[in-house]
Ligand binder design. Structure first.
Ligand SMILES: [Zn+2]
Length: 385
């Protein structure tokens, strides 16, 4: 839609199956079951419109949307980046719930004209007239998404409002902290009522808030750092005419797992560990690199900011990118090295803070995402829900 891929996650089918089966189990006829499934599809159609609201608002600022994915618990619009200008983030975050408010207003008008106030007597998603149920769906989606906690839109609205004061990272920390406070309240309510659905939401919000805080800290740490500063410089490359056995030797010799393919001084491909294993499994180790290497591969420039390249790394589903200047190989940007760089920076920052006596406790500054070996946030930009 509007040039944006809309995908449905396979687990969505489980939800359809579950809703269908629970209605069959209550003894409902086939017509009623199909009706409920149809309602579920309409509900997720509204979720898609909500996500399109975010995507089209982002497009106004020249930010593209990689795709919109429907999951059983909602939709995610994966924006290329989240703008760090609070005004823009505010508009993008509000655009989704605004779609629901507009739809609710339209449905309310139709309902009042058609059947008066009586149509709204039962505020339920599960009972009553179809249009009334769709009205309540939109009210619920707008309200639920405005809860001031990541990963909900309300969390982004809160962060944007706090960031008008100046410090973006500090605003994210406060917003993430409030988000985790809200998650605790949900968790407590879920235990006391008891309501497993609330517990699930509490977990979802808690993880979302922690991730957003971690991703913002990573972005702040990497802010403005060029690729050339964090790339691996000592590396081996392979030639298109090399047999795969030569690549295997190179891999066993050292720590390198992904190999740029170089011919006549120019980078012509990239053979990573996964592709190598697949090729070995299918063809053995006698065939040449040229026969298995993909002709298209993403690269990075040494002067590019690292934040810009991390999205490319995640999109390509790779662990490393060749760093190329004028077609010539100058280094390799690897996820491992990025994690190393983040750990070193954080360690030095903690040392300075201790020395200067202004230690600030934060759940993700110490042994959070950047501390563990080999774990980089898979998608540093994250999605908008
Ligand atoms: Zn949203």
């Amino acid at each position: 839609m509007f040039g944006i891929d809309v995908r449905v996650h396979p687990t969505f089918l489980i939800l359809l199956g579950w809703v269908g089966l629970t209605h069959v189990a209550t003894g409902a006829g086939w017509v009623a079951v199909l009706g409920e499934l149809g309602f579920l599809l309409l509900l997720f159609g509204i979720v898609v419109l909500h996500e399109l609201g975010h995507a089209l608002a982002a497009r106004r600022y020249g930010i593209r949307t990689r795709d919109i994915t429907l999951l059983p618990f909602g939709g995610i619009a994966r924006l290329e980046r989240i703008p760090e200008e609070p005004g823009k983030e505010l508009v993008i975050a509000l655009a989704g719930p605004a779609v629901n408010v507009a739809l609710a207003a339209g449905l309310l008008g139709v309902l009042l004209l058609a059947s008066g106030v009586g149509a709204l007597a039962t505020p339920s998603l599960f009972d009553g007239e179809l249009l009334a149920r769709l009205f309540w769906v939109n009210v619920w989606l707008a309200g639920f998404n405005m809860i001031p906690a990541f990963p909900m839109d309300g969390g982004r609205v809160l962060r944007a409002l706090l960031a008008f004061g100046g410090d973006y990272l500090q605003a994210t920390r406060v917003a993430a902290g409030i988000g985790q406070g809200v998650a605790l309240l949900f968790g407590l309510a879920g235990l006391l009522l008891p309501n497993p659905f609330l517990l699930f939401i509490a977990l979802f919000v808690w993880i979302g808030a922690a991730q957003e805080g971690g991703a913002a800290a990573v972005r702040a740490t990497l802010g403005g750092v060029p690729v050339g500063r964090v790339m691996v410089r000592k590396l081996r490359s392979v030639a298109p005419t090399d047999p795969l056995s030569r690549v295997v030797e190179a891999m066993m010799d050292g720590f390198q797992q992904d190999f740029p393919v170089v011919e006549g001084g120019r980078v012509v491909g990239m053979l990573d560990r996964i592709e190598l294993m697949r090729a070995l499994k299918q063809h053995g180790d006698r065939i040449t690199v040229a026969e298995v290497v993909q002709p298209e591969f993403p690269t990075a420039h040494p002067n590019e900011p690292v934040e810009a390249v991390m999205g490319r790394l995640a999109d390509a589903g790779r662990q490393s990118l060749p760093v190329v200047r004028h077609g010539e190989l100058v280094g390799l940007l690897t996820a491992d090295n990025l994690v190393e760089f983040l750990s070193i920076r954080n360690a030095l920052r903690d040392w300075r803070a201790t020395r200067d006596g202004d230690r600030v406790w934060s759940p993700w500054s110490r042994d959070g995402q950047a501390g563990r070996r080999g774990t980089l946030p898979a998608d540093p930009v994250g999605g908008t829900r």
